[in-house]
Write a new protein. Structure first.
Length: 126
């Protein structure tokens, strides 16, 4: 029993009816990183990325998903250096029903790149 305690990242949750966020940084050669965990009942409003260094090499595809290689939150995020704000995919089920991990990932054989990823969310009263 003791081996299953504290194996899940705690969801970040401040309160209701305010914009909150989770943030992480994806720097190659790592191809995916855990950004954070959304609490149950969260509604993603935006995915903001600041590419400090453009993703290059191969054919990079920069995405955010609920698994380390997932593309179910946002995919095809700009690879160039700069700041981009992206809305979540329409097919994503929101609000979340359980605490949900969020990962930033890059595929396609990219060899260089560095990005700060911020996932904004609300916790509405339902």
């Amino acid at each position: 029993m003791g081996t299953t305690l504290f194996t899940q990242t705690a969801a970040r949750e401040a309160s209701y009816e305010m914009t909150q966020y989770i943030a992480g940084r994806l720097t190659l050669p790592a191809t995916n990183v855990l950004v954070g965990t959304l609490p149950a009942g969260a509604v993603i409003s935006a995915i903001n990325t600041r590419n400090v260094t453009a993703f290059s090499g191969g054919t990079p595809v920069f995405s955010v998903g609920t698994t380390p290689t997932g593309v179910d939150i946002a995919t095809g995020i700009a690879n160039a250096a700069g700041t981009v704000s992206t809305v979540p995919l329409a097919a994503l089920t929101l609000p979340t029903t359980v605490p949900t991990n969020v990962y930033a990932n890059v595929s396609g054989g990219a060899t260089a790149g560095d990005s700060v990823v911020v996932v904004e969310f609300w916790k509405p009263l339902l």
